[in-house]
Design a protein around this ligand. Structure first.
Ligand code: ARG
Length: 297
């Protein structure tokens, strides 16, 4: 097997790689927001001294996201929140579930979270995946923030991987080796887009939303080569509405922050059914739809 990490259009050509199918995710994992709050500042959105979280509102918003996944036919698991981990509600960050093709086995790579404030969240995810009978992998060094930075191309053995803020580039090699998936690597440049899921939303194999100012020129070129229909979202929109944190679990339904409404006609014209969700309480901590759940098997 040759190198499976691609940083630019020079080393990536779809014609030369062997693409395999993986089953669609059928389950999702969420963490209840009872202890969600802003106690520290680890991204530019967080203001610990600022406006407090409205807990009743946060719970209502979280519940409506959960009900949306249930209505789309997913089994939704929930973990209880933990008081000392106010960001644990962002369930995309502690791990990366994937399908091991060679062994036909549901598997997960645990994160090594960048900030000590969040590192302890990972063990709750380890326990959950152990109880689900998943094969569990751990990384030895550096940082990795799970599905926040590693976004699978639905149904295929391809990851889009962000690095630079919460995930170290050395771990892309390790993840590619563990999973045996092809990995398109994107260096993230802009602190407003500290996880790949804040600046890239994959809708299907041809379509994605992205914010150019988050990426290097090589990254933009690679995205343009891959997606026939690459829709540009401006930096102010991506920051205010978390547009690129939308989630399309099945190529048909798009779950997105409700303040993205000016984009809905275009998305509907593409055949998508829009599920608008109010995530305003969670945006205060730097996350929205994609960050608040973890697709798994
Ligand atoms: N406050 C959290 C953090 O900075 C937000 C995480 C958002 N998650 C995401 N997948 N973008 O770690």
């Amino acid at each position: 097997m040759g190198n499976m990490i691609y940083h630019s259009t020079k080393d990536f050509d779809l014609k030369n790689i062997e693409i395999g199918d993986v089953p669609a995710y059928t389950h999702t994992l969420m963490v209840a927001p009872e202890h969600f709050s802003i106690e520290y500042e680890i991204n530019p959105y967080m203001n610990a001294a600022g406006e407090k979280i409205n807990h009743a509102k946060a719970f209502e918003q979280w519940l409506s996201l959960k009900e949306t996944y249930v209505s789309l036919g997913y089994v939704v698991h929930t973990l209880e929140g933990v008081e000392k981990f106010p960001d644990m509600v962002f369930a995309a960050n502690q791990s990366l579930p994937f399908w091991d093709i060679a062994n036909q086995q549901k598997s997960v790579i645990l994160s090594r979270m960048r900030h000590p404030e969040r590192a302890g969240e990972v063990s709750y995810f380890r326990d959950f995946f152990k109880s689900q009978g998943c094969k569990i992998y751990e990384l030895e060094n550096g940082y990795f923030e799970g599905n926040g930075d590693l976004i699978p191309l639905p149904g295929k053995n391809i990851f889009f991987a962000g690095y630079g803020f919460r995930t170290s580039s050395e771990n892309l090699e390790n993840i590619s080796r563990i999973t045996n998936y092809h990995t398109l690597a994107f260096e993230l440049k802009n602190p407003n887009f500290y996880h790949l899921d804040t600046c890239l939303s994959i809708i299907d194999q041809n379509t994605a939303l992205y914010t150019p100012s988050a990426f290097t020129d090589a990254g933009i070129e690679l995205l343009k080569k891959f997606f026939l229909n690459l829709i540009e979202i401006s930096e102010p929109d991506a920051i205010k509405n978390f547009t690129c944190n939308s989630h399309c679990p099945n190529g048909k339904d798009l779950i997105t922050e409700k303040s993205n409404s000016k984009l809905f006609p275009l998305l509907e014209k593409m055949g998508l059914k829009i599920h608008p969700i109010d995530t305003s309480e969670f945006i205060k901590a730097g996350g929205s739809v994609y960050c608040m759940k973890l697709m798994c098997y």
